[in-house]
Design a protein around this ligand. Sequence first.
Ligand code: NAP
Length: 244
Amino acid sequence: MRVVVNGAKGKVGRVMVAAVEADDALEFAGAADVEDDLAAVIRNGEAGVVIDFTAPSARMTNVKTILESGAAPVVGTTGFTPEDEHQVDTWAREHNLPAVIAPNFSIGAVLMMEFATQAARFMPQAEIVEIFHDQKAEAPSGTAMTTARLMNESNTFQPPQRVGEEFLDGARGGDLENIRIHSVRLPGFVATQEVIFGIPGERLSIKSDAIGRECYSGGVLFAVKKTATLAPGLHTLRGLMGFA
Ligand code: NAP
């Protein structure tokens, strides 16, 4: 499989170039970044798949260019709305190609979300603590929000116990349908999330730790290889892992 990496000079893109080059089953077919003509790089590299980690503002333009160039996009760039995803699905079907979009390509993070969703069925009281590097643009993380939403689809969560007096605004975190989310931002971290369930007499912790951006390589290369057998249209990493 011949693979182009778009956003190849970026933090994640650089890791993706190294991962593709190191994989014997894949051929690195070229690198593109903001100043390049992506369609030309795909054409010259005769690429069948393009890994995209660029900028949210460029998400739709890039996906459209990739599909129009005859390659399957595997996209980690964030910012896709449900309407965007619907549009990508339509474009992919029109071009008879699969597309994969995942806001988190870490295999451990997908499993953490899945296990938390299962646990939620039996333990309807939980809080989420998520810790990211201090350059992260938003809080809470998209992963934390998605986790809480999936848990809420599994069960009706009980409101957290009211603390008698709150001496500091925000001390109890943000509230997403009765699941409190606490966001920590510190250098020295990549991405950590712990979902803590508590019911009378017992507790359960489900935690994933990404300690380097290589954590995204496994999920991305898994998706890249899967594109060979996927039906046309949009796919998620959760779906490819058999959870959706
Ligand atoms: P980054 O370090 O800023 O890298 C992005 C690279 O893409 C930069 O070299 C940037 O160039 C380039 N770029 C910007 N616009 C482009 C365009 N239109 N076409 C081609 N290249 C373009 O960012 P990052 O940390 O690698 O993250 C990239 C994206 O992936 C973000 O949306 C981030 O949230 C997301 N992300 C997703 C996952 C996941 O698992 N799905 C994990 C981590 C990050 P300039 O610097 O010159 O603008």
